[in-house]
Design a protein around this ligand. Structure first.
Ligand code: ACO
Length: 421
């Protein structure tokens, strides 16, 4: 098989090398395209563009495969803790017990934020969207930890990574408690990473709280399922912001903003709002299916479709099973679960959806679990961000270690040509 691609343009032939990934994916290396031919490529939404090489996540959308550093998402969800997966993503291998203990110790020591962060939090109205609060607080952290900006060594990189892993759950919990009007909680460092997340989210001042194993197990799975997903919108944002040598926290704050949108992380909130609207409307799923298919209606079936998965989203299978288990174990009979099941069944046998390869994505069922855990709908995307932080960190660190150039796409100018006033 050839290891190059020839392009003929203006009666001249140019040759470009093919590069191959470890899972045999091929790409045309067009780094010298403009220099050689004067041409650039045009690819809105980057549907055919590889922006980097990466060793973190392998995703095969046609076959529904998701691997992190070679381990399948199914195996990670069944056997690993969220912190182990975070270590794997960021540092490249599953941690030994000693490495995990060290990471835990370092995180526990850093599990505090400056009290003045509360002043920033206080200035937001309760009606503010949690993702806006979270992006601001993440950015605000920079002012209190300026050493994290100018990273020149592996040690200072590790320091910034630990700080973010330790402090981000506090920011998420404080955002949640602000919206709910609850007093702010501090970390309980005698708990595991995920137990502590549950503690900070749910512990009330007038009651004892011991995180239930069902809740911790569900949170663990949800966080792992969201931990990384290669070059999606928010991760590409983190990499491109970081490529200007903006610090880790600034890059992740930008990632939070990118995740906010309803076509990306905001879809989990969109799903529950859609299911509630269908219920309020009398529960006629067929009516909403017709709207989703109507080109004159902007309504889309939230939680359906994916830029890369064109067969099924392997995360959706795991999460559907987890939703059934959690609701069963907590004894919750949520009527919107029935609406979700009906919609899924109808879509899977409707040629509009099957022809376009639109299947349920991870967020179709995640909101149902968050709801069962008592997390308000507008906090769902914050929970997604909490899970995605190790992925953002790993991608940012890889970009820095690879000394990637500043991200700067080109354009085809279609405006007015030179004219005078
Ligand atoms: N409901 C109805 N029709 C849809 C849907 C949907 N959810 N998704 C795509 N389509 C249709 C489009 O209208 C288009 O139809 P056409 O070819 O007749 O014009 C076709 O399917 C292709 O759609 P695109 O938007 O071009 O697909 P793309 O790959 O660019 O978008 C996306 C993927 C944004 C996820 C889209 O499927 C969508 O909007 N889904 C709903 C939002 C959602 O669930 N987002 C979460 C993604 S997963 C995540 O971020 C974790």
């Amino acid at each position: 098989m050839s290891n190059s691609v020839k392009i003929t343009y203006d009666r001249k032939e140019y040759e470009f090398p093919l590069i191959e990934g470890s899972e045999k994916e091929k790409a045309i290396d067009i780094k010298t395209l403009r220099a050689q031919t004067g041409l650039i490529t045009y690819d809105p939404g980057y549907k055919n563009t590889g922006s980097c090489t990466s060793e973190i996540t392998y995703l095969n959308g046609e076959e529904g495969i998701l691997h992190h550093r070679g381990y399948s998402i199914e195996e990670l969800c069944a056997k690993a803790s969220f912190l182990e997966v975070a270590f794997l993503l960021i540092f490249g291998d599953m941690p030994t017990q000693k490495e995990l203990d060290l990471l835990n110790d370092e995180i526990r020591k850093d599990s505090l934020v400056d009290e003045d962060i509360k002043l920033i939090l206080k200035s937001f109205p309760k009606s503010a969207h949690p993702m806006g609060i979270l992006a601001s607080l993440t950015s605000g952290l920079i002012a209190f930890n300026p050493s994290t900006v100018n990273i020149k060594s592996e040690e200072s990189m590790r320091e910034a990574i630990i700080m973010l892993m330790a402090k981000f759950p506090i920011l998420c919990s404080w955002t949640h408690r602000k919206v709910k009007g609850l007093p702010l909680n501090y970390a309980n460092t005698s708990l595991s990473y995920v137990e502590n997340i549950a503690h900070m989210l749910f512990k009330l001042p007038h009651q004892d709280y011991t995180p239930s194993p069902i809740v911790v197990d569900a949170l663990n799975k949800l966080l792992i399922l969201h931990a990384d997903h290669e070059q999606n919108c928010s991760t590409s944002t983190v990499r491109i912001v970081g490529s200007s040598e903006a610090g880790l926290f600034a890059s992740v704050s930008a990632g939070v903003s990118a995740l906010w949108g309803r076509l990306h992380g905001g879809a989990n909130q969109g799903v529950i709002e859609m299911l509630k609207a269908i219920k309020r409307d009398g529960g006629d799923t067929k009516k909403f299916m017709a709207r989703a298919k109507d080109k004159n209606d902007s309504f889309r079936l939230m939680g359906f479709g994916h830029r890369v998965y064109k067969n099924f989203d392997p995360r959706a299978r795991i999460i559907k099973k987890a939703a059934d288990e959690v609701l069963g174990e907590l004894g919750i009979n949520d009527p919107i679960l029935k609406i979700a099941n009906d919609l899924e069944e109808e879509a899977l046998s409707d040629s509009y959806f099957t022809d376009r390869k639109l299947y349920p994505n991870v967020d179709f069922y995640s909101g149902i679990i968050y709801r069962a855990l008592g997390i308000p709908t507008e906090m769902f995307t914050v929970m997604f961000a909490l899970g995605r932080v190790p992925g953002w960190i790993a991608q940012w660190a890889e970009m820095r270690r690879n000394k990637e150039p500043i991200g700067r796409p080109r354009q085809i100018y279609t405006g007015k040509t030179k004219r005078s006033i």
